[in-house]
Design a protein around this ligand. Structure first.
Ligand code: CA
Length: 235
């Protein structure tokens, strides 16, 4: 059996830290709590937790600053718990290295589901970024290092996220991804992007491919599930 994943809870409100702690333990996690930023940072140095739940308002430091400092110490996913629900806080936290954001009051089962999803993604080699730098399908070529997509000799102009989406799909051919997975992989988190973002991006990508004479059917809709890159859809 795998050893249990360790979750660090940095939270000064004991009512909250205790129920989160108990709930995670019931789900098979190993946990520890610190009640301020200083002990939290020390805990990360000493015990290298697999996941960090961070309260944004701590007695000795601002959570956003703590988040930034945690990022220099660990690559473990960080989920922010906050009583503040403003968009600015979300943007700041996610910009400073947090992976997810939940506003108090929150659902415990939702919290655990997110912890599990982040840890699963980190452990799943299929969902890790591929290291293959140049992908070719028919006349379509995608160059990761130059961030260039070519239709034969002609470059297809894509935005950064269009490129990321195409590259991610094309580097995992025949694998179906849900919209949530694509948001997680391409945008880095799912909490802060509009629901129809993927639909819009896929439509734009298909149009651009088609205009350049590439079969847009490479990006296949799997009804009720999501999308996949289908290399057999050649012209
Ligand atoms: Ca607090």
């Amino acid at each position: 059996m795998q050893s249990p994943k360790t979750v660090l809870i940095i939270e000064d409100e004991r009512d909250i830290s205790r129920i989160v702690n108990d709930y995670l333990r019931v789900q098979g996690f190993s946990t520890f709590i610190t009640e301020n930023a200083r002990d939290g940072l020390q805990g990360v140095r000493n015990r290298q937790p697999d996941f960090i739940i961070l309260d944004l308002t701590l007695p000795d430091a601002d959570g956003i600053e703590v988040c930034r400092e945690l990022r220099t110490l660990t690559s473990a996913p960080i989920l922010i718990l906050s009583a503040r629900s403003s968009d600015t806080d979300k943007v700041l936290a996610l910009g400073f290295g947090a992976d997810d954001y939940m506003t108090k009051p929150f659902s415990l089962s939702e919290l655990v589901a997110r912890v599990q999803a982040h840890l699963r993604r980190m452990a799943d080699p299929k969902l890790q970024a591929t290291t293959q730098l140049l992908l070719r399908y028919g006349t379509l070529s995608i160059d990761k290092s130059a961030r260039k997509v070519m239709a034969g000799q002609r470059e297809i102009a894509l935005s950064a996220k269009e490129f990321d989406l195409l590259y991610f799909l094309a580097s995992n051919p025949n694998q179906v991804f849900t919209k949530t997975q694509l948001l997680d992989q391409v945008w880095g988190y799912s909490a802060y992007v509009e629901d129809n973002t993927i639909t819009v991006y896929v439509r734009r990508l298909r149009e651009k491919l088609e205009r350049s004479g590439i079969k847009s059917a490479y990006i296949t809709t799997v009804w009720g599930v999501g999308y996949k890159f289908d290399p057999d859809e050649t012209e």
